[in-house]
Design a protein around this ligand. Structure first.
Ligand SMILES: [Mg+2]
Length: 441
């Protein structure tokens, strides 16, 4: 055993551990375990009834066990007697295929067979709402172009500073915080890292922001589109592949600074984008953000068509600097592990098939899209993405038939629940079903 959690508990004065996992819908679940029991839990895991979570199990199934990864330990900076642990799910002595962290680890393994590691950084946008979740929390935040508004940012200084201080303490190397393009919207950036570390941190970040916002009597939401006329919450990811210390996406002589490997990987993302949307835009509300009309600020900042470009934010993929690309498709409701796993599976498909992404387009896609009538559009609603996923040989092979069928089955149940109350129409008001079911995504 690499790290003995019992011993660490004594050294660091940890009284309780949160043994956590996320299910297929990205819901963070855990058991609070006293330090006296952590030795046993580290070996055998904490027990959960799978049916009680979004994992497509039955009440008759055996217990599943969340076995914590000691390398993921994070001591809550705002409650230092509690240690948070990401876990992998096991059942009947075998890993649970539908455990998102295990789904990601399988893709990491496939990539490592090529001596490659994916590094990524995520940009998690969120809104700060009033405690009841009904409106943005700052009544003075009313500019039509509020991006980078210094006064609105500083009115939330106490909370933003607290979150940023936590990230400094945790060694994430945060480097900037800002007010984003919607009233009430913020973004905080920390360093990119190995994909599994980023996925664990992304999961913890959402928990931390929500917890600290509550402490300040506010409510944080990562919901893709909480307000019709405002820019939604994206979760853009910056991607590169590495062999040890060498960035394999970097090619200095290329006009975008990308290697052949990077173009193939990017080609895989482009080819599989309409089915990846089922992972990256997993909620009914997600489809108000992509393929959407401009917002009050003048732009939605989210993609509509499947294209790539240089340093230009109107496309699905932007290459801001040599050696990496930014994928702008994902929103705040995407599951942190499926986000990384989906990128990797599609990218690997691109590498395996030497997929050509076509030529980059150097245009303003928001105004010039009519000049590109053959460009594929992103799905218009969740049902369409699920159909694409159902027909995706690539993703079915990458994650296994059973996992994909489970995902589609559970998501279709969600659509059924919505349909009994509402009808989805991007042009009409956001429904209370969406708010009730996505505010805490
Ligand atoms: Mg942003």
């Amino acid at each position: 055993m690499s790290k003995n959690l019992s011993r660490i508990a004594k050294q660091k004065k940890i009284k309780y551990f949160l043994i956590s996992f996320v299910d297929l819908f990205g819901v963070l679940r855990s058991k609070l375990v006293p330090a006296r029991a952590i030795g046993e839990m580290q070996k055998n895991g904490a027990g959960f009834a799978g049916f009680a979570t979004w994992l497509d199990m039955t009440p008759a199934d055996s217990d599943m066990f969340a076995i914590p990864d000691p390398d993921s330990l994070i001591i809550l900076p705002w409650k230092r007697e509690v240690g948070w642990l990401a876990s992998d799910l096991w059942m009947d002595g075998k890993p649970v295929d539908a455990s998102p962290r295990i789904m990601l680890k399988k893709q990491i393994q496939k990539l490592s067979k090529r001596n490659l590691k994916m590094k990524s950084g995520v940009e998690c946008e969120y809104f700060l709402l009033s405690d009841d979740g009904k409106s943005i929390s700052d009544p003075k935040d009313i500019q039509s172009k509020p991006c980078y508004d210094q006064s609105a940012l500083m009115r939330r200084y106490e909370l933003i500073k607290e979150i940023c201080d936590c990230m400094i303490e945790l060694g994430w190397n945060p480097y900037q915080n800002d007010h984003e393009d919607a009233n009430g919207q913020f973004e905080m950036n920390w360093d990119y890292s190995d994909s599994l570390i980023t996925a664990d941190r992304h999961t913890f970040f959402k928990f931390m922001v929500k917890s600290l916002a509550e402490k300040h009597e506010l409510r944080a939401t990562f919901m893709p589109k909480p307000f019709e006329n405002l820019t939604g919450n994206g979760c853009h990811a910056h991607i590169s592949l590495w062999d040890g210390k060498s960035n394999k996406f970097l090619e200095k002589g290329d006009r975008l600074g990308l290697s052949k490997l990077a173009y193939n990987f990017l080609g895989g993302i482009i080819k599989n984008a309409t089915s990846l949307a089922a992972f990256f835009n997993p909620t009914i509300n997600s489809y108000r953000r992509i393929n959407a009309p401009p917002t009050k600020s003048g732009a939605s900042w989210s993609p509509s068509s499947i294209s790539y470009t240089g340093n230009n934010r109107t496309h699905m993929i932007r290459v801001p600097d040599p050696g990496r690309f930014e994928l702008r498709l994902m929103d705040g409701s995407s599951n942190p592990y499926l986000l990384q796993a989906g990128v990797m599976a599609a990218g690997l498909d691109g590498i395996n098939n030497k997929t050509d992404p076509g030529e980059p387009l150097f245009c303003n896609m928001y105004t010039d899209h009519k000049n590109y009538p053959n460009l594929e559009r992103l799905p218009n609603e969740l049902e369409e993405s699920l159909e694409n996923l159902e027909n995706s040989k690539v993703l079915r092979e990458a994650f296994g038939e059973k996992v994909i069928s489970s995902y589609i089955k559970l998501k279709k149940q969600e659509i059924e629940s919505f349909d009994t109350e509402e009808r989805f129409d991007k042009r009409s008001l956001i429904t209370s079903w969406e708010k009730n079911n996505s505010l805490d995504c």
